[in-house]
Design a protein. Sequence first.
Lengths: 385, 309
Amino acid sequence: MKADPRGVLTGTHFMDGDHACCEGALAAGARFAAGYPITPSTEVVERFAQRVPVVGGCFIQMEDELAASIALQGGVWAGAKAFTVTSGPGFSLMMEHIGYAVMTETPCVFVDVQRGGPSTGLPTLPAQADMMQARWGSHGDYEIIALVPNSPQECFDLTIQAFNFSEEFRVPVMFMMDEVVGHMTEKVVIPPADQIEVTPRKHTHKSVEDYLAYGTNGDMVPEMVHAGEGYKFHVTGLTHDERGYPNMTPKVQHKLVNRLVDKIRSAEDRICLYEEDSTDDADVVVVSYGITSRVAQRAIDMARADGLRVGKLRLITAWPFPAKKIKELATHVKAFVMPELNLGQMVRELERAAGGKAKTLLVPHAGGSVHQPEEILAAIQEAVR
Amino acid sequence: MTTLINPTPVPAPGNPVEPFLRSDRMPHIWCPGCGIGTTVNCFAQALIESKINLKTLALVSGIGCTGRVAGYVKLDSFHTTHGRAIPFATGMKMANPNLNVVVYSGDGDLSAIGGNHLIHAARRNVDLKVICVNNLIYAMTGGQTAPTTPGHATTSTSPYGTFEPAFNLPHLVEAAGAVYVARWTTFHVKQLARSIAEAFNKKGFSFIEVISPCPTLYQRRNKLGDGLDTMKYYKEKSKTKHGCPTSELGLTLSGEIIVGKFVDRDRPDYGSLLKAQMHESLGDKYVDYDEEQGYACGEDGGCEEDSCH
């Protein structure tokens, strides 16, 4: 369906990534957010608190991130599209409720504007060090979707995509920004509402008698209902059967967890978004994501000016990892170079996917600033050797 | 006197609370002599008594023995994470203020791991009805010390006796801002049902503490007898003192239990405050979100007109 025009601030703006993320959420139909202040993410909910009362929704500042990350899910089950916003330390506190959203198939978006860690780390400076936490931070076995924007424009566009994925697959979507992207101000074009595709909630058409809260019809994503509609349904974080009733047997666990994982894995081709350039005849492909991809672009340009055959693969979807694409590239490139604002997280996935067919070089950085293009260029030069 | 009205026809001679329960989930997990089932019976009686619309009633539980209540009631019911029933319920109430939201959980869940949420929801005066079954112990995990365990009680993690001072929950929530505070034991079934029904008619944060036995872990370990002995204790040692200052409601291992309604006051609830503030600051620009429900479904969302909104 098309976006509700009331939430869409159509026009050409000069805004930072945090504000653009908020506008993306409003355009996607988010009408409820619960948050807790944390640098460098707070501007997202500050803007939401200002904007949403005139759009038709509400915001609450909760007492902590544990509360924020579950209040938003209460909002979803009451009928709203909802999200929360945080940074590293708060993201750590939200892990349990990412698991709850996975298990209960609650569509929602967690925005993490990454800063340096561990612990309080670098509150005002960038990192990309929560990438593995986004994937594996909650206990148990599961799949989520994570998107990584590299500009304020993408903070707008991909926030809508994050909501759309969350509704389509009934899965929490991690929106992995970083401090630089969050605070960088650039041109953001917001199209008219009738040009914005918004995925509606997968609400059932079934009658109360025929409805099963976690029944599936072949596509692995069950249909949803909301509190107050008369279905008298049950939702639990315990292992549950198709009725949503607790059933703690290996058989039910097997069926449920496999479906939760397979509903994402089977759609990887559609979920894995990336930007690819000059990889056909490349000796080296620079694989990057988020703010680092913009520094990488400079390094790629410098290398090409030197006559090196360098391709680019920018991950827009970090999770699920586009392993198929890497496997395919690994058959004809010498090496991959991956700069990250961490000491090696996504590069492990890259290595795994490359399967020894092409070597992988990490350009690590502990965070606090972005890379210098020369560091990445040096790695490219080493890789072609 | 109350009139019993069954919302749905029950084949005679069915139990009047049956329509409120998921009979396909029986038998329940609670031990013989446990008081939680009794509180559910009282809750169901209160639903009958108050003639509340069951369609718009949602029940939210945390984790623990009492947390399992959500699984047994035939309502929109949510079994959430440990300690987080209140913030989940807060989110529900905010996104759809037309819902009546009940939080039904235990003392450990609500006052230890969820203690921060308890006081903040009371401070905000979120329109939630909180039923706190207080068995003075962590029962589901095997009888460990809770913030409510009275001094000298023996628990699995206080094998030499508890020495931490305990929370007096009515005192805590009154101080934090609750508009309705009552306490009963599972012996006081009529009073408890009446209190729950009364709380349904109250706008704002209502808190009903129900002192309840855990014969398996608390009474047995402290040589306080079985379930029946506990009922006798509740009968003999309970004193009804409506309006009693909540500071006097601390519990001891085998002493007096003061029960009654202690707080019944009015102050604007969170939703009313929010709307008043927005109207004041934004005037006509404010879009009252009550009328915006069901947006997530879209125009072709499948919700029927009267159900989604």
